[in-house]
Design a protein around this ligand. Structure first.
Ligand SMILES: NC(=O)c1ccc[n+]([C@@H]2O[C@H](COP(=O)([O-])OP(=O)(O)OC[C@H]3O[C@@H](n4cnc5c(N)ncnc54)[C@H](O)[C@@H]3O)[C@@H](O)[C@H]2O)c1
Length: 344
């Protein structure tokens, strides 16, 4: 298979980014751009003269020469479009979040496995240079044992018409966490959220995850913040990380800071002594790959198709993220802490 022939469905805000990246990859022949909205579809025709612009998705499904379809439509349509594509024998890249429900994700995962097709979720941040650097640092043991993750993703955001803020912004954080933590799995989830509009979609959510081994994670996502903050802190027994995606450079800072616990007190006198000593060492900002995340990701998608590899953000990781999003909704509604079993 020399070139992968690809089509993109959904040419609103995000679709053009996938189109641009596909069009820049030598091993991709971009054949279709599909959108139901003529205003969206009729943009950029001069930019892509070899591409067929069509409102008819069936054309893509019927084209035997088409290997792969990227779906960049609103989440409510992901399942139906992806299922049709897989059943037509196409490899699929789906925008985040993967589907509206975990049962839809499970079905897509099963079909892709049965049909031996690549099913990948566009969890773009997982392919972002600073996030890949954090993964390397954690995997190399630089942080020691992980203690906590704390994330803030807030701005005066675009209020979505079909999902709340945790499905919109939290999906990014859950995918980053899923990637960084590997086998470390949450066991309990508690979320509080409020809608401040006539819709029932929460625009501010605070969410906490507990893990088996005393690790804890917290997420604050909001469309109702006067300032844009994209910050994540990860604490370890050896070092601590700060990822600030709003900075133009040095987005990841590694701090040699932390605490050392002295031995438990043996005598009454020792009990009054401080048990905690502080380590206040250097900070360094390691370099990271500056490749555009979506370029790295689309290249990975093509590599997985060509070489039969499992994508980093495969259907199962998309499913784990959706399971957390569903539990977040359930916890907000029931005002309770819920047990978590996202599976592997
Ligand atoms: N990874 C990221 O950073 C990122 C950023 C933004 C959006 N997204 C995701 O991308 C997806 C699309 O978001 P958006 O902001 O581009 O939405 P959008 O509303 O701007 O665009 C969606 C487009 O899909 C078209 N469409 C809808 N149903 C269709 C169908 N059945 N067939 C063909 N076309 C159809 C619409 O006409 C519209 O042009 C969402 O899942 C969103 O979460 C991801």
């Amino acid at each position: 298979m020399e070139q992968i022939t690809a089509g993109v469905v959904g040419y609103g805000y995000w679709g053009p980014n996938i189109v641009r990246n596909f069009s820049e990859i030598d091993s991709v022949a971009l054949k279709y751009i599909c959108d139901l909205n003529p205003e969206h579809l009729n943009r950029h025709k001069n930019r892509y003269p070899a591409v067929r612009f069509t409102p008819d998705y069936q054309e893509l499904l019927d084209d035997k020469s088409l290997d792969a379809i990227a779906i960049a439509t609103p989440v409510s349509s992901h399942y139906a479009l992806a299922k049709q594509a897989l059943l037509a024998g196409k490899h699929v890249l789906i925008a985040k979040p993967m589907c509206k429900s975990s049962s839809e994700c499970e079905e897509l995962v099963a079909i892709a496995e049965e049909m031996k097709l690549t099913l990948m979720v566009d969890h773009t941040f997982v392919y972002h240079g600073p996030v890949r650097l954090m993964k390397q640092l954690i995997s190399a043991g630089e942080l020691g044992d992980l203690l906590y993750l704390s994330s803030v993703r807030v701005n005066l955001g675009i209020f979505q018409s079909d999902v709340n803020v945790i499905w919109d912004l939290g999906a990014h954080d859950f995918s980053i966490m899923d990637y960084l933590l590997g086998n470390k799995m949450p066991t309990a989830l508690h979320a509080i959220g409020k809608s401040h509009t006539d819709t029932n979609f929460e625009d501010v959510v605070f969410l906490t995850l507990e893990f088996e081994d005393n690790f804890i994670a917290h997420f604050h996502v909001s469309w109702l913040s006067p300032v844009k903050i994209r910050q994540m802190l990860i604490g370890g027994t050896q070092k601590m990380l700060m990822f600030d995606d709003h900075r133009p450079i040095e987005k990841v800072c590694l701090y040699d800071k932390g605490i050392e616990l002295s031995k438990p007190p043996q005598t009454e006198r020792e009990r009054y002594r401080a048990l905690i000593q502080y380590r206040n060492g250097d900070m360094r900002a390691p370099v990271y790959d500056l490749t555009e995340a979506l370029k790295f990701e689309t290249l990975h998608f093509i590599d997985c198709i060509k070489n039969n590899k499992t994508p980093i953000t495969d259907g199962r990781s998309g499913l784990r993220v959706v399971r957390l999003l569903e539990l977040a909704d359930a916890s907000i509604k029931s005002r309770t802490v819920l047990p978590v079993n996202v599976g592997r």
